[in-house]
Ligand binder design. Structure first.
Ligand code: ATP
Length: 440
């Protein structure tokens, strides 16, 4: 069995063919950097969200979940620094009018335009990436609002609300999954850089003294997460930022990077943010966000360790990682070797011929009633139906044949090893549940 790595084009084609992802507003010509997720894509995304949520929870620590608003007043983004600093440098070619990010490593602005070959650049200008809008009918400065460019600020400004309404002491975490919006100059590489995307962020509030230890703790825990969802450990690494890469408020930052076909790139950021955010919001809002320590009888500003990963970027990463083209006895098959917890469909139920459909449909219905996403498919040759399931990453296929009428057994086929086994129909549910529980 041989296998080769996919290109970005392979992934885009698969997503379109199987309805994982659609270009948003496609029938109107599309909206650049914005995508819709189809039925199978939505299932995968839900599985990723659930896996992430589980991974940050533990009986050993307290984690809350929050759902903040997407719109925020200008004051939040002034305090967070986004109004003044959330810029990317942009440059235009005056000949072909194409726009680029001036710091894109693929663009050399000392040379000619890569699109038209002429050297006719504008000056480099700073472009703020937030989407600005206005609330209500009166256009004064108090009505200015922004779509959030990250979910984190909703956590910081609600830190005291969460703490007092839940009667907890630090350390604890607040996590959030939700949409963020960035007017990226050049959205590219499909789901890697979008204008509307989702983030899964966690802010861990702790004492300054324990903060470095917690930074190490979260780095280890976050890296371990990717193994639990089946990402190839050779293609993932933790990279500490050099001093000159660090944000001015961060003493330590590490990125979880993945080796994409276009190089090692950030998948997740883990940052020691010190007391920067809470101090800024205290200053700008006039509300004290420090906490009182009963032991020392003193107030102090908690430190924050942040972890932030894009759901869509993780979606793309899992597809890159799972996509294989195997050659089996001279025939090619596309297979998504997704971890069972991430696979959109957990099993397919296939009667060998339509005559046997009723028998198989009964087994299928019993399993579907458990709440598992499973499929029944009776159309086409059995080989074709296997290929269709391989391509969307279904871990198991159960087949009902004429022998089943005699021995009350079905054949179960494993997507990765292609091993086939005969099991009693009574054991189908247990077999499936065990596979979901135990597959490493
Ligand atoms: P990059 O350097 O790739 O632009 P960033 O450092 O600006 O990323 P953060 O602000 O740290 O990104 O955001 C945290 C995470 O959110 C990223 O690691 C990534 O997974 C995701 N993310 C950020 N921007 C985008 C985007 N435009 N499209 C999709 N996901 C994104």
């Amino acid at each position: 069995m041989s296998s080769q790595r996919p290109t970005l084009e392979d992934i885009v084609a698969l997503c379109k063919r199987r309805g994982f992802v659609f270009q948003s507003s496609e029938i109107y010509g599309g909206l650049n950097g914005v995508y819709d997720f189809g039925p199978l894509g939505t299932l995968i995304k839900n599985n990723l969200r659930n896996a992430w949520s589980r991974s940050i929870m533990s009986p050993d620590h307290i984690m809350f979940f929050l759902e903040g608003s997407l719109l925020g007043p200008e004051a939040i983004w002034k305090a967070s620094g986004h109004v003044d600093n959330f810029h990317d440098p942009m440059i235009d070619c005056t000949n072909c009018k194409k726009r680029f990010r001036a710091d894109d490593p693929d663009i050399d602005i000392t040379g000619p335009c890569p699109n038209c070959g002429k050297k006719a650049w504008t000056e480099v200008r700073q472009f703020n990436m937030m989407f600005k809008t206005q609330l209500g009918a009166i256009a004064d400065s108090s009505a200015v609002a922004y779509l959030r460019p990250e979910t984190a600020q909703a956590i910081f400004i609600n830190f005291k609300n969460v703490m007092s309404s839940n009667r907890v002491k630090i350390p604890f975490g607040i996590a959030q999954i939700g949409k963020s919006f960035r007017n990226e100059i050049t959205p590219k590489q499909f789901l890697f850089r979008m204008r509307e995307f989702e983030q899964m962020e966690m802010e861990w509030f702790c004492t300054p003294e324990s903060s470095n230890e917690y930074f190490d703790y979260w780095c280890k825990k976050r890296l371990a997460f990717y193994k639990t969802i089946g990402i190839n450990t050779d293609r993932i690494r933790l990279r500490a930022h050099e001093k000159d890469e660090l944000s001015h408020y961060s003493s330590q930052t590490s990125d979880v990077e993945y080796e994409y076909p276009f190089g090692w790139k950030e998948l997740e950021g883990i940052a020691h943010r010190g007391d920067y955010d809470l101090t800024q919001h205290s200053k700008h809002s006039g509300k004290d966000l420090s906490v009182f320590d009963e032991e020392t009888q003193k107030s102090f500003m908690p430190n924050v360790i942040e972890s932030s990963v894009g759901t869509d970027r993780l979606f793309l990463t899992t597809l890159f990682d799972a996509y294989h083209i195997d050659t089996l006895g001279g025939e090619e098959r596309t297979v998504l070797k997704l971890h069972p917890s991430i696979a959109p469909i957990k099993a397919a139920f296939l009667p060998l011929v339509k005559k046997l459909s009723d028998n198989m449909r009964k087994i299928y219905a019993d399993v579907a009633r458990l709440g598992l996403h499973v499929e029944f498919d009776e159309s086409g040759s059995i080989g074709k139906r296997y290929r269709r399931q391989d391509e969307i990453g279904t871990p198991l296929c159960f087949t009902y044949d004429f022998d089943s009428l005699e021995d009350n057994c079905v054949t179960v086929r494993d997507r990765d090893t292609l091993k086939q086994e005969r099991i009693n129909i009574e054991n189908v549910e247990m077999y499936l549940i065990n596979m979901l529980k135990h597959k490493p």
